[in-house]
Design a protein around this ligand. Structure first.
Ligand code: ADP
Ligand code: AMP
Length: 213
């Protein structure tokens, strides 16, 4: 298996960019989406995760790594994976390296989406998502074509409970402390492809596609 990691602060546009890479054959694996599915199903894992996620804190490494291990070990070994929101700590990055090695895979690149924190706060407060298909919109920067409804499903869009200004600022602080050190970790392996994520969505998507070519 081959893998690409989308790295960057919450709200940098990882999920938005992932949509075009799925069209290129990547399997999109978002640990945030996997955790929200557990919350929706009201599993014990979901209940534990929700309390942490609503406060902008990380779910324990063991939980997240366990989910990724289960997914990779039961999937198609020839797949190309696109990791979004994983890894988020050095422990997770080391575990991902071990997992990929155990499957004779390769981590090809780390696309680093760079965006100033002020722009991110505005993005996350205005984010709206479709509960059915997961499509991501923004009230100003990427509105649905038919007003308030998802373009794909036609249903009402919702705002994530962790997309309040207070929780967004907490998430950015957690990113700085726990996730930003991954940049040096991957730079030392010569895997980082920096992307200017502070441009219109179409330009960011084009730059990511170019960087992975
Ligand atoms: P992440 O997955 O990194 O948390 P998202 O892809 O969900 O980020 O994007 C966060 C919000 O910002 C969404 O509302 C999305 O529509 C919007 N967004 C994404 N990329 C851009 C961009 N380049 N310019 C403006 N808004 C963007
Ligand atoms: P996201 O959808 O990527 O913005 O993630 C939403 C929330 O899920 C995060 O703020 C964390 O609470 C949790 N989460 C997602 N991925 C991870 C991860 N790799 N490690 C720890 N917590 C995570």
């Amino acid at each position: 298996m081959n893998a690409v990691v989308l790295l960057g602060p919450p709200g940098a546009g990882k999920g938005t960019v992932a949509e075009v890479l799925v069209d290129k054959g990547y399997k999109h694996v978002s640990t945030g989406d996997l955790l929200r599915e557990q919350i929706r199903l009201e599993t014990p894992l979901g209940l534990e995760a929700k309390e942490l996620m609503d406060r902008g804190r990380f779910v324990p490494d063991s939980v997240v790594v366990g989910m990724i291990r289960g997914l990779l070990e039961s999937s198609d070994f020839s797949a190309k994976y696109l990791f979004d929101g994983f890894p988020r700590t050095l422990v997770q990055a080391e575990k991902l390296d071990e997992l990929i090695a155990s499957l004779n895979g390769t981590l090809e690149h780390v696309a680093l989406l760079e965006c100033p924190f002020d722009a991110i706060v505005e993005r996350l407060i205005g984010r709206r998502t479709c509960g059915k298909c997961g499509s991501v919109y923004h009230v100003t920067f990427n509105p649905p074509s038919n007003g308030e409804l998802c373009d794909v499903e036609g249903c009402a869009l919702t705002q994530r409970p962790d997309d309040t200004e207070e929780t967004v600022r907490e998430r950015l602080a957690v990113y700085e402390k726990q996730t930003a050190p991954l940049i040096s970790y991957y730079e030392a392996k010569n895997l980082v492809r920096p992307i200017n994520a502070n441009q219109p969505i179409s330009a960011v998507r084009a730059d990511v596609l170019k960087s992975l070519a």
